[in-house]
Design a binder for this molecule. Structure first.
Ligand code: FES
Length: 164
């Protein structure tokens, strides 16, 4: 409920949503909004970590699932799966727009991959928050414009803005 939200996807864009584990809670409202325009990549350590799959299948255009242990979907990380997809669809790079939420290492890998492939995108940062109102600075992340508070200036940042 704190801070900003995901920016709108322009009409001519092809949104790619990436969720790791409980990051699906942040991505799901966006998946509902974009519905048949959205490709959703959803990964976790194992199948028990992946939630609301039936609901997701009926919501987005394409749902790609991965688990680290191979218990559901493709074996590997969601970043591996995304990399494969972007390589196969490189002709659409200018239209792809990334929206990601998940653990810090996943967001870092997704952002670096997106930038390397020339894609634009947004990441929703997860940090511990003590006050939630911008006073304690416990939630700061390093950006190109200095430190920013996830609870106030975030949690959603342009992927290019974060210094990992
Ligand atoms: Fe205190 Fe963000 S949680 S400044």
């Amino acid at each position: 409920p704190l801070g900003n939200g995901y920016p709108e996807a322009p009409d001519n864009s092809l949104p790619i949503l990436i969720a790791g584990g409980v990051g699906i809670a942040s991505i799901f409202p966006l998946a509902e909004k974009l519905s048949d325009k959205a490709h959703l990549f959803y990964g976790g350590r194992n199948k028990d970590e992946l939630l609301i799959l039936d609901k997701l299948r009926g919501t987005v255009k394409e749902l790609a699932i991965s688990t680290d242990d191979g218990s559901l979907g493709e074996k590997g990380t969601v970043v591996d799966m995304l990399n494969k997809f972007l390589t196969q669809h490189s002709s659409l790079t200018s239209q792809h727009l990334i929206y990601a939420c998940g653990p810090h290492p996943m967001l870092e890998a997704v952002s670096k991959l997106a930038l390397e492939k020339g894609l634009r995108g947004y990441v929703s940062m997860e940090e511990s928050m003590a006050c939630g109102v911008g006073a304690c600075l416990s939630c700061v992340v390093k950006t190109k414009d200095g430190y920013k508070r996830v609870c106030k200036e975030g949690p959603v940042f342009d992927a290019e803005e974060i210094i990992w």
